[in-house]
Design a protein around this ligand. Structure first.
Ligand code: AMP
Ligand code: GLY
Length: 423
């Protein structure tokens, strides 16, 4: 099979690494990819926003299958256009990608199909949103409706904070994404991420993961795209997974199909495990980054036929087998992230991978033959272990061998699971 992978982050490096191991693979291309992905794929300098150019390339190279990594091309309808051109594609249609592209869309779906989630209302102007906040009181959560690069959510502990967040949204802090606002009840509990494939009819549960969104040790400081992750998430017991499938994922699949938007791709469900059970915080319609890195390390099965079955409506014919080991990834980020940071800082050395540990590239580039950091999140040092404690020790041992002066990482990724393993 000839495969084209769309994307350039750590998630796509993990996908490329795993797809490259498939005996079914003849050739792997990545657009635009990164220097880590280049170990497994031929990089193509395509503008992914130019759907016609992507299709023309796929036709020229007789690509059998396209895997779309990030959400932006999905929300822009790349998967629809590829499928219309007769190319099998992993990733939901533009209509189904609204599950990530519009928080209001997802909340309305939950309301229609009795999917547990926080009570909410949608607003197009500030005054009624503020009235609703005053009526409900704090804590309360204010969300820009659209894609806001992970920054559109304010968990307001006071009413004043909530009112200010409403002003921010409608004053354009998140651009068009904030033209509509969802005000949502605060959910109390432990968060977990759950991944599940669907071909529109069938569901195949993948594994669970937990990510660390705050930049600082002890989960403090500003939100980021994720500073590290581990899998499995201890809070997601098999009973909790079963409830999530039954109460959240299955009604989503049948509801989306009934509404004329069948979902094909991966559900990345952000859950809050409350006293009542699993409740949906949000859906993403792609693999999490860096959650994907730990999932790929734990996946024993060949990924390629699983993704292909998802895309072609034959998910009932495949299974996913997982290692019992835990996996943990530590994100090395540029000093200053998630605020301003220097670009093009040199990375002098990346240590060799082993069976148990590997460095994925997330925000790197080659400049005059030398590796430099170009993004906020730059490297993902990922390791397996019999326990999260062991995976954590291995990941940090490898991370400490990376030579990159402008990099930093959290030192406590996985702390909740490590604390649980101590008792
Ligand atoms: P999101 O960008 O939607 O992933 O939200 C960012 C973070 O805000 C989530 O990971 C949660 O920690 C928090 N959050 C979102 N919605 C709620 C809610 N209804 N109750 C409590 N925390 C929330
Ligand atoms: N790590 C969170 C995300 O991919 O959205």
């Amino acid at each position: 099979m000839k495969v084209l992978l769309i994307g350039s982050g750590g998630r796509e490096h993990a996908l490329a690494w795993k797809i490259a191991q498939s005996p079914l693979l003849d050739e792997l291309y990545a657009a635009p990819g990164n220097p880590g992905i280049a170990d497994h794929a031929t990089l193509v300098a395509l503008n992914v926003e130019d759907h016609a150019a992507v299709i023309a390339f796929a036709k020229e190279k007789a690509i059998d299958f396209v895997v779309v990594g990030p959400e932006a091309p999905l929300v822009a309808g790349l998967a629809d256009d590829l499928r219309a051109a007769g190319i099998a594609t992993f990733g939901p249609s533009k209509a189904a990608a609204q599950l990530e592209g519009s928080k209001g869309f997802t909340k309305d779906l939950c309301a229609r199909y009795d999917i547990p989630t926080g009570a909410y209302q949608r607003f197009k102007t500030a005054a009624p949103a503020k009235d609703y906040v005053r009526q409900q009181g704090a804590p309360i959560v204010i969300k820009a409706d659209g894609l806001a690069a992970g920054k559109g959510v304010t968990v307001a502990m006071t009413e004043a904070e909530a009112l200010a967040a409403i002003d921010d949204c409608f004053d354009g802090a998140f651009g068009a994404a904030g033209a509509e606002v969802v005000v949502e009840a605060f959910l109390d509990g432990e968060e977990a991420s759950f991944f599940c494939l669907s071909d529109g009819k069938t569901a195949l549960a993948l594994a669970t993961a937990q990510d660390h969104k705050r930049v600082g040790d002890g989960d403090i400081g500003p939100n980021t795209g994720g500073m590290g992750a581990y899998s499995p998430a201890p809070v997601m017991t098999s009973a909790m997974v079963e409830r999530t499938m039954k109460e959240i994922i299955e009604p989503t699949i049948s509801g989306m199909a009934k509404d004329g938007n069948p979902f094909s791709g991966v559900f990345f469900a952000g859950l809050m495990i409350t006293a009542k059970g699993p409740e949906l915080i949000e859906y993403n319609v792609r693999f999490g980054d860096p959650e994907c890195q730990v999932l790929m390390m734990r996946l024993k099965s060949d990924l390629l036929p699983i993704l292909y079955a998802t895309a072609t409506g034959t998910l009932d014919k495949v299974e996913a087998e997982w290692r019992d080991d835990a996996a943990l990834t530590v994100v090395l980020a540029s000093k200053g992230y998630p605020g301003a940071y220097d670009k093009n800082t040199p990375i002098a050395h990346i240590p060799e991978a082993s069976e148990e540990a590997k460095v994925f590239h997330a925000g790197t580039a080659l400049k005059n033959g030398s590796l430099v950091a170009t993004g906020g999140r730059v490297l993902n040092v990922t390791a397996l272990g019999k326990t999260v404690t062991e995976a954590q020790a291995r990941a940090y041992a490898l991370a400490d061998k990376v030579e990159w002066e402008n990099g930093f990482c959290r030192r406590d990724i996985g702390w909740q699971a490590v604390a649980r393993e101590k008792v």
